[in-house]
Write a protein that binds this ligand. Structure first.
Ligand code: URA
Length: 230
């Protein structure tokens, strides 16, 4: 049973301790802060976050998933790629972008000199929506703390949002992808630069748009070249 903030205050005032389950308790971003204060190393925090995602039942999607798809890549990555949600291949293998679209994403990254293992790849949703339907708003809200936790841990120098769903949900905008790409957006208090591009699955269907995606990728390359650690 969940205990409300007010109940918690009453119980605390009466001197009754309240036990809070990890999933009900502090959000990953808050925990990340206190874990850092406790001196826990970053790898332990990544592991703890991944374990929480694996046990997540915050939305209905946990009922139909084969497994959660947390994210993959280097914890030292300077580039974070964010997609929409796992598809059938990803749900089966537990890794984002492993199907045809994933192979194109790998090629796109290689085109700017980045091997997949050197970047970090995650999705807005950690569980596959049935029949690959679009994520529902309540699913995005439920899943948001996990992505935020990943961004807090990674602190990337630039984020590449691939596809309309990723861009709209990350940036909290309701614009068409054509209107969102071609300029630099920012995420969070740290104002991490965000570049928006087409989803590789769309590029497989509309190869003519690859030219525009290349322009977006060159912007990512510029950011990486001009930021510390380049
Ligand atoms: N499409 C996405 O947006 N993410 C994946 O992980 C796979 C396909």
């Amino acid at each position: 049973m969940s205990v409300s903030q007010r109940q918690r205050q009453y119980l605390a005032a009466m001197g009754i301790p309240v036990w809070v389950s990890r999933d009900e308790g502090a959000l990953p971003a808050e925990e990340a802060g206190s874990a850092a204060a406790r001196g826990e190393d970053a790898e332990s925090r990544w592991q703890a976050l991944e374990a929480r995602v694996a046990a997540c039942t915050r939305c209905e999607l946990h009922k139909s998933r084969t497994q959660t798809v947390f994210g993959t890549g280097s914890h030292e990555a300077r580039l974070l790629v964010i997609g929409e949600a796992p598809g059938a291949d990803e749900d089966r293998q537990g890794e984002p972008f492993v199907g045809r679209a994933g192979r194109l994403l790998n090629e796109m990254l290689l085109a700017i000199g980045l091997r997949r293992e050197t970047v970090y790849i995650a999705n807005i949703l950690k569980c596959r929506p049935p029949n690959n339907r679009d994520p529902r708003p309540e699913e995005v809200v439920s899943c948001e703390p996990w992505l935020k936790g990943q961004i807090d841990l990674l602190q990337p120098q630039v984020i590449l949002a691939v596809g309309r769903i990723a861009a709209q949900n990350l940036l909290k905008r309701d614009e068409r992808i054509g209107a969102m790409r071609g300029r630099v957006h920012h995420y969070g208090e740290a104002r991490i630069p965000v570049i928006v591009t087409y989803h590789p699955a769309y590029l497989l269907r509309s190869p003519k748009e690859k030219r525009k995606a290349w322009e977006d990728l060159k912007k990512v390359r510029q950011f990486l070249a001009s930021s510390p650690g380049a």
